[in-house]
Design a protein around this ligand. Structure first.
Ligand code: CP
Length: 291
C-alpha cells in the first residue's frame, strides 16, 4: 500500500509523473477520475490552505470528501488517534488525509496498512504536499531549477515546510542557503547566515517562513517587530533584484513580508496556493488510481 508521509516516499519517476499530471491538470480541467472514491480528512491542527485545497482537489476529480472535526469527535471522550483511525478505516475510505501536531502520527497510522495515508503536515517533521507545490511553483517560473539558489529565511528549526522542502529542493538540484537568527537555525550542513543582506545577491528565490509560535515552548522573541527589522522581505531590502518570493502561509504581514511586497509581481504566494490544488489533484490520482 502506498502512502505519502514525506517526499522520499516517492521515486524520481513517481515525482516526475505527479508534477507532470499537476501541469496537465492546470492546463486542462480533468475528467472526474476519482468519481467512485471517498476520502476522509482529519485535521488535528488548524489549516486554511492545505485542508481546503485537498478538498477542492478531491471534488474537482469527482471524489466524495468527509471531514471529521476532531474538536467535536470522540477524541474528546478519550478515544486514541489509532482507534479513531481504525474506526474510520472500518467505513472503507479510499484514503485518509491527516494533519497532526505529533511528528510520527501519519507514519504510525500508515504502518497499520488499513488505507493510504497522506500527511498534510506533521509537527515539525514533514509537510510533503507543500514541498511538492513549492517545487512546482519554482519549476513553473524557472523551468529546470537545477543550479538555482534559494534562501530559506525564518523559523527553519520549527518548520515542517522547511524540513520537507530542503530534502526535495536539494533533490531537484537546487543550492540552498539558510538565513535565520541563532534561535531559529537548525543543525545542518547547509550554508548558514544570520544576515539576509549577505545572501540577496547570490539567490534566485527566497522562501520566507512564519515564526511557528505554536511550537515554541517559551516565547523566543518578545517583539517580532524587532525580528522584522532584520528579516522582513521589503522593497527597501530587496530593491529591484529579480527574485522569486515564496511563503507557505499563513503570512505574518510586515513581519515576514511587507504589505507592499505581497502585492509585488515577484511574490508568488497566491500562485503557490493555486498550484497546491493541481499538485494535490495529482497526488490523489497517483495514490488512489495509479497505485
Ligand atoms: N501552508 C499551509 O500548510 O497552510 P495551512 O496551515 O493554512 O494549511
Amino acid at each position: 500500500m502506498q502512502h505519502l508521509i514525506d517526499t522520499p516516499d516517492l521515486t524520481d519517476a513517481q515525482l516526475a509523473a505527479i508534477l507532470e499530471d499537476a501541469r496537465r491538470f492546470k492546463r486542462q480541467k480533468p475528467i472526474t477520475l476519482l468519481r467512485d472514491k471517498l476520502i476522509i480528512t482529519l485535521f488535528f491542527e488548524n489549516s486554511t490552505r492545505t485542508r481546503s485545497s485537498f478538498e477542492i482537489a478531491a471534488k474537482r476529480l469527482g471524489a466524495a470528501v468527509v471531514h471529521l472535526d476532531p474538536s467535536t469527535s470522540s477524541t474528546n471522550k478519550g478515544e486514541s488517534l489509532e482507534d479513531t483511525f481504525a474506526n474510520l478505516c472500518a467505513m472503507d475510505p479510499d484514503a485518509v488525509i491527516i494533519r497532526h501536531w505529533e511528528n510520527d502520527a501519519p507514519l504510525k497510522l500508515a504502518a497499520k496498512e488499513m488505507t493510504p495515508v497522506i500527511n498534510a503536515g506533521a509537527g515539525s517533521f514533514a509537510h510533503p504536499t507543500q514541498a511538492l507545490l513549492d517545487l512546482f511553483t519554482l519549476q513553473e517560473h524557472f523551468g529546470d531549477v537545477k543550479g538555482k539558489t534559494i534562501a530559506i529565511v525564518g523559523d527553519i528549526v520549527s518548520s515542517r515546510v522547511a524540513s520537507s522542502g530542503i530534502k526535495l529542493l536539494q533533490r531537484a538540484g537546487m543550492n540552498l542557503l539558510l538565513v535565520a537568527p541563532p534561535a531559529f537555525m537548525p543543525k545542518s550542513d547547509l550554508p548558514q547566515y544570520e544576515r539576509l543582506e549577505d545572501v540577496l545577491d547570490q539567490v534566485d528565490a527566497v522562501m520566507s517562513l512564519r515564526a511557528q509560535l505554536e511550537r515554541h515552548k517559551a516565547p523566543i522573541f518578545e517583539d517580532y517587530n524587532a525580528y522584522a527589522e532584520h528579516y522582513c522581505l521589503t522593497h527597501e531590502r530587496l530593491g529591484d533584484r529579480p527574485l522569486l518570493i515564496l511563503h507557505p502561509g499563513p503570512v505574518m504581514r510586515n513581519i515576514d513580508i511587507s504589505d507592499a511586497m505581497l502585492e509585488d509581481p515577484r511574490c508568488k504566494v497566491l500562485d503557490q496556493v493555486k498550484n497546491g490544488v493541481y499538485v494535490r489533484m495529482a497526488i490523489l490520482k497517483f495514490l488512489l488510481l495509479d497505485r
